[in-house]
Design a protein around this ligand. Structure first.
Ligand SMILES: [Mn+2]
Length: 414
């Protein structure tokens, strides 16, 4: 059975002030084409569908259009869950009605923690198990397990419920949104907890034939080969420029056709917290799984250019991709006037500046001796020189002093 695993669309995202909806539409058009070509049993969308709980109307329209083309147009079911960026209730609107049409949404945590979508092919039954992102306190109440405190405990309890819900002999594919410890992070992910990592060990996902994860934006496996992040739809931060973005086409073979999962995957040492011991025996063999990562071409690439302002501007005419979203790392050390404005004449989508040399010297701007000890006149002279590149003359300094004195006198008298 074939699935397409994708995640972290972040529809409606602003990237350094630029709305990415057109860029998202551009790759989602390719995505619909891929679904049309592959004709999977289902599309699995593992959370962070939207970038925020109340997405802009353009993002809602885009999702509505893409889902309609896939579910009704191509007849391919979609299973999607809420991530930590989504509003569970808003994402789940209409879910009972829509599931009859083939759109299965797990927004709020379902009763029992898992939304089961049964499928079958010539190899037998397979159940897709959707578990939306939820804070531990929500999981604690939904499962009535008062000892749950952490993300790890919550996920262990949810996975125990999921395993227990798999019919005997059926294959299982889990769709979840979590931060697996040890996986590689990117700047555009929002931490799941304030002041803590909120990680779960990869071993909590043992026993499923495939685990389709969202949250981390780099496509990667997490622990076992069949526990994977599809990665985000687009490059959403400048530290991701070296990551090719892709979606995963996942083929799952007959039950037990893969390598044995055992103690090495950590299945045997699970001790689910207060939950039924539904951990599979170490001898259980998962289905054979083959994953192909398919790259989607962005409308504009995101990249970092480096050099002095002068060099970058001089090289720009030879650069054929000047429309790209650019971060300029300026190697200049002195003050630059209107660097962003000048760069944007060459690179209209230059979005961010970095000054690595100044940062090395300790702080963005040139340090002032002791800002508090300086008089207002001295501050003004420094500012004047910074803005005009000329020194404040004696008469200009005296004029500023006279204005200041008059204001000061008026303040005392009022
Ligand atoms: Mn995300």
């Amino acid at each position: 059975m074939i699935f397409i695993h994708t995640a972290d669309w972040h529809l409606g995202r602003l990237f350094h002030g630029v709305h990415l909806t057109d860029d998202q539409q551009f790759v989602l058009d390719q995505f619909v084409g891929l679904v049309d070509g592959v004709r999977p049993a289902a599309v699995l969308l593992a959370g962070d569908v939207y970038d925020r709980g109340v997405p802009p109307p353009e993002a809602v329209e885009l999702l509505n259009d893409v889902l309609d083309r896939i579910v009704r147009g191509l007849g391919v079911p979609v299973v999607m869950i809420a991530g930590n960026h989504d509003s569970p209730t808003r994402l789940g609107f209409g879910s009972q009605m829509l599931s009859a049409e083939g759109l299965h949404i797990a927004g709020r945590l379902p009763a029992g923690g898992v939304l089961n979508v049964p499928l079958a092919d010539s190899d037998g039954p397979l159940v897709v198990q959707a578990v939306p992102f939820a804070d531990p306190i929500i999981v604690r109440e939904a499962l009535a397990e008062p000892d749950i405190q952490t993300h790890e405990q919550a996920m262990r309890a949810l996975m125990a419920r999921a395993r227990a819900a798999v019919p005997t002999g059926a294959r299982s594919v889990l769709v979840g949104h979590a931060f697996v410890a040890g996986a590689e992070v990117s700047d555009s992910e929002r931490p799941l907890t304030v002041g803590g990592a909120g990680t779960v060990p990869a071993a909590v996902f043992a026993g499923f034939d495939y685990v389709a994860l969202g949250h981390l934006h780099r496509p990667q496996r997490a622990g076992a080969e069949a526990v994977r992040y599809a990665g985000s739809l687009l490059t959403y931060s400048f530290d991701e420029v070296a990551q090719p973005k892709s979606v995963s086409v996942v083929e799952i073979g007959a039950p037990g056709s893969g390598v044995a999962t055992g103690a090495a995957d950590g299945a045997a040492d699970e001790a689910p917290l207060g939950a039924p011991a539904a951990t599979p025996p170490a001898s259980v063999r998962a289905a054979r799984v083959a994953v192909e990562q398919v790259e989607l071409q962005p409308r504009r690439r995101v990249r970092v250019i480096e050099g002095t302002l002068h060099d970058i501007l001089e090289r720009a005419p030879a650069d054929e991709a000047r429309d790209d979203y650019v971060c300029a790392r300026l190697l200049d050390t002195g003050a630059l006037l209107n660097a962003m404005g000048r760069l944007q004449q060459a690179y209209p989508n230059c979005l961010h500046l970095e000054f690595p040399r100044n940062e090395l010297a300790g702080g963005g701007a040139a340090p002032l001796a002791d800002p508090v000890a300086r008089s207002a006149g001295e501050h003004f002279a420094t500012f004047f020189e910074y803005v005009t590149d000329e020194r404040l003359s004696a008469s200009e300094g005296a004029a500023f002093g006279a204005v200041l004195e008059r204001l000061e006198r008026r303040r005392r008298e009022s």
